[in-house]
Each structure stands twice: as C-alpha cells, then as structure tokens.
Design a protein around this ligand. Structure first.
Ligand code: DC
Length: 228
C-alpha cells in the first residue's frame, strides 16, 4: 500500500481537528491528533502535581517513561499515556491551562516527534494535525495544509466545542486563553507554530466546516489522486 501523509497545521480553534478527522474518513486514511498527545502528557502532570515551568526535567522524564498509545479501533481514537486512559481529561481547563508550557519543553518535543514519526511508520496512510507536522515531523508529506481563521472566529468555535462537550463557557475567557496560547505556541524556541513554505494556507473565517472539508478533499485528489 502506497504511503500517504497529509499534514494540517494551524492555531487553536482553526477547525483543524474536526476537518482532519472528516477528511481522513472521506479519503479512507487514519487520523492522528498530535495536540491530544501534548494534552495527555499535561493531564498526567496535573495528576502528579508536576509544575511544567519549575520542573521541566520531571516532565521530560515522565514523557520518556510513559508509553503513548492510541486505540485506533475507536472513533475518535482513545489515548492512553503510561497505561492510563486520559481521553476524557484532554479538554479540561486545568489540562489546557498548562499544555503550552508542557509543549514548549525541548525534551518533551523530542519524545513527541519521535513517537509521531513511529506512528507514521506504523500507520503510513495518515492525516495528521498539529503545529509542526508539515514543518518538523513530516517535512516530506505528500500534501500540506495550514488552516487559519480570525481570533474572534476561533474563540467562538472553541467555545461551541466546549459547550458541546457539556462544559460551562465564558466566551471572553476562551478568547483570552486562545490568544495567549497562540502567542506562546508561535514564539517558543522549539517547533513553533509556523506555516511551512510548501503548505497551502487557507483562511477558514468565512467558510463552513463542509466547505473547508470539500476544498481540502478536492485539493488532495488533485495533488495525489493516484495515491488514494
Ligand atoms: O491543537 P490543540 O489545541 O489540541 O493543541 C494543544 C497544545 O499542544 C497547543 O497549545 C500546542 C501544542 N501542540 C504542539 O505544540 N505541537 C503539536 N504538534 C500539537 C499541539
């Protein structure tokens, strides 16, 4: 079976998780949510009372010693970190609140990049989404996208996602947290959020989810139709 990696990078709330999952389903590819991996590690830090700013060495140690395993038989796949199913914790505010700090640690990124490449070997037909998938993890991916949207639109989408998950939401607070996370994700030294030079940049502010998915599906078919 021919290898095909499609990367989707972009800031929080750009819609990339939902789009990546739908696109993978339509094209018959698997789906890798790399943000979930950083969130999963953040959840284990909260559980153990590890402060990612003051104790970065402890976070790296935890990352090195915790097997990251997705259960690909579930949709969306459930995530186990060090044998613990953390899936239901991934979007909780304490976990989200420190995930930028966790993901800024160089040793953590080294472990994650290695794990993601390993998953790319085991699952060679993949739509993968994150911040560094097209730039660092899979620089030779078959097709690369960068999804963006205006901050106000992204905040609204993220708030809706949280409401759908049954959480109480203050829109202004979500907006502030997204802006702050963007700033940290874009300015960190290792694996910052960037649009790879060879990625197609798409502003989804005025597009519906269906329109974005349709557009990406058409682009992929045009670029690598023979590999599908
Ligand atoms: O996409 P998300 O909101 O689930 O990502 C959670 C955090 O993880 C986000 O603040 C940035 C970080 N992240 C990263 O640094 N690199 C990735 N490939 C994916 C996510």
């Amino acid at each position: 079976m021919q290898r095909l990696i499609i990367t989707l990078d972009g800031p929080a709330g750009s819609g990339k998780s939902t789009v990546a999952r739908r696109l993978a389903g339509l094209l018959g590819l698997e789906f890798l949510d790399t943000g979930a991996m950083y969130r999963g590690l953040s959840a284990r830090c909260v559980e153990r009372g590890i402060d990612p700013v003051a104790e970065d060495y402890a976070v790296v140690e935890l990352a090195r010693n915790s097997e990251m395993r997705f259960d690909w038989t579930q949709d969306p796949p459930r995530l186990h970190v060090g044998g613990v199913d953390v899936t239901d914790r991934l979007r909780d505010s304490d976990v989200t609140g420190q995930v930028s700090e966790v993901s800024a640690i160089s040793g953590v990124r080294q472990v994650m990049v290695r794990e993601q490449r390993r998953m790319g070997e085991e699952h060679p037909r993949l739509v993968t989404e994150g911040r560094d998938q097209g730039s660092i993890v899979f620089p030779h991916a078959g097709v690369k996208f960068y999804l963006d949207a205006a901050p106000a639109v992204r905040a609204k989408r993220r708030a809706q996602q949280l409401r759908d998950a049954g959480k109480t939401v203050d829109l202004e607070e979500v907006r502030q947290r997204i802006t702050e996370r963007d700033r940290k994700d874009s300015n960190r030294k290792f694996g910052p959020l960037i649009c790879p030079e060879d990625a197609q940049r798409i502003d989804t502010s005025d597009m519906t989810l269906d329109q974005v998915v349709d557009m990406l599906e058409a682009e992929v078919k045009q670029a690598v139709g023979a590999a599908l």
